[in-house]
Design a protein around this ligand. Structure first.
Ligand code: GLU
Length: 428
């Protein structure tokens, strides 16, 4: 075969700190470790399919409002598309493309029989009533209905979406196709075919990979000081599990502000307060510090569990932690990865660190197909084993090539994807 000679994509910006640019540079870094499969690498640099949909709904006051929705299927070589749906005012096609690509890498890194996909709607859920959110979800599901399905592409929760949103999606898809299809989405409510352990799975996965990484670098969890950006489902659960393991949550940041307490926040009251007040800023036991100072906090483990692009080279130079656990997708810029590596700060990358969510999504999908449901203990044990085995394999790969865990994860995952790609062959 002659070398690739493809035309560049027309619909991406050249903004160097954009999530898509971050993803592309992560792919470039893995090419030397892909051997002969490197000749297929262009496959990874473009989405298989990207759908933009108009989502008009009637608002409660009788007016009509249009929202922009997306569903991107980045790669389907290893199985149906898999990935969440995000509701956020800053969502763009390019961001969803990057998130879908990270799902391709993530599902391959843990060996799940899925490709990668992602969806999103550009909206601020705080501005919409529950009824409006339901209408927007149902219309969006109908608009993307012809490319999703239990064997095609299976959405799940992501930023600002939850089990209720998944129930509306499942119902809409089922009404449109005429048969209840519980396997079309994961992260559903338990009595609609959801899985025990799914809500906490992403945070639990962050804890499991963090626990293993800490053990390997000789960092005891007993007394470890934890700083978390984003105390939602992922960050909150991970913090809780680290505190149960003897750690101390010393700093938290979210959209409401940043609070610091060197003695450690008590978890139950903290999670209750966040639920009640909608953020960390109101915490009575925390010293309020400015948002930028979060990155200077004295801590052992730093967990970015919010949005992309948070760890810049400048912030990477100030981080005190020995271990960074990426609960969020894409929180570290490639240039910041280099700084962290130079400073000997270990990063457990998103594509393995936060893969616990999609792993239990896979369990949910399997349970829906077999209509046989597992206990929470079974789920947590299987999750633990899958994550530990995947991390061990990645660790060996990274050690062998003397590369970061991120490039190691990409090496393991991209090889699996491109083997599948080659074996399937080019059609026609
Ligand atoms: N949104 C989650 C992620 O970024 C979960 C996706 C899923 O369960 O399919 O991994």
């Amino acid at each position: 075969m002659k070398p690739e000679n493809s035309t560049p994509l027309s619909f991406v910006s050249t903004e160097p700190s954009s999530p898509w640019a971050t993803y592309l540079s992560q792919v470039d870094r893995v090419v030397p470790y892909l051997g002969t499969y490197a000749r297929w690498v262009e496959t990874l640099k473009r989405p298989k399919r990207a759908l933009i949909v108009d989502v008009p709904i009637e608002m409660d006051d009788g007016s009509v409002r249009h929202f922009e929705g997306y569903r991107v299927q980045h790669n389907l070589s290893r199985g149906p598309g898999k990935g969440g749906v995000r509701y956020h005012p800053d969502v763009t096609l390019e961001e969803v493309m990057a998130l879908s690509a990270w799902m391709t890498v993530k599902t391959a890194a843990v060996g799940l029989p899925f490709g990668g996909a992602k969806g999103g709607i550009r909206l601020d859920p705080k501005e919409l009533s529950r009824k409006e959110l339901e209408r927007v979800t149902r219309r969006y599901t109908s608009e993307i209905g012809f490319i999703i399905g239990p064997q095609r592409d299976i959405p799940a929760p992501d930023v600002n979406t939850n089990a209720q949103v998944m129930a509306w999606m499942m119902d809409t898809y089922s009404m449109n196709t005429g048969a209840t299809a519980t396997g079309v989405v994961t992260g559903k409510p338990i009595h609609l075919g959801g899985s025990l352990g799914r809500v906490k799975a992403t945070g639990r996965g962050v804890f499991i990979t963090g626990r293993e990484a800490a053990r390997r670098i000789g960092l005891p969890l007993e007394g470890a000081r934890i700083a978390v950006q984003g105390m939602g489902n992922v960050g909150g659960t991970a913090a809780d599990l680290f505190v149960q393991a003897g750690g101390r949550l010393v700093a938290m940041q979210d959209h409401t502000g940043t609070v610091y307490n060197p003695d450690g926040f008590e978890m139950k009251s903290t999670l209750d307060l966040i639920r009640r007040e909608g953020g960390v800023a109101a915490h009575p036991k925390g010293e309020k510090i400015d948002n930028e100072s979060f990155w200077d906090v004295d801590c052992d483990i730093l967990i970015p569990a919010a949005l992309e692009g948070q760890i810049t080279p400048e912030r990477a130079n100030r981080i005190k932690a020995k271990l960074v656990l990426e609960g969020a997708n894409g929180p570290t810029l490639p240039s910041a990865d280099d700084v962290l590596r130079e400073r000997n700060i270990l990063v457990v990358p998103d594509v393995i660190c936060n893969a616990g969510g999609v792993t239990v999504s896979y369990f949910e999908w399997v349970q829906d197909f077999s209509s046989f449901f597992w206990t929470e203990d079974e789920i947590n044990q299987r999750l633990d084993k899958i994550m530990v085995d995947a991390l061990n394999h990645i660790w060996e790969t990274a050690d062998r090539h003397q590369i970061t865990l991120r490039t190691g994860t990409f090496a393991v995952a991209c090889e699996r994807i491109l083997i599948a790609r080659e074996e399937r062959g080019l059609y026609p």
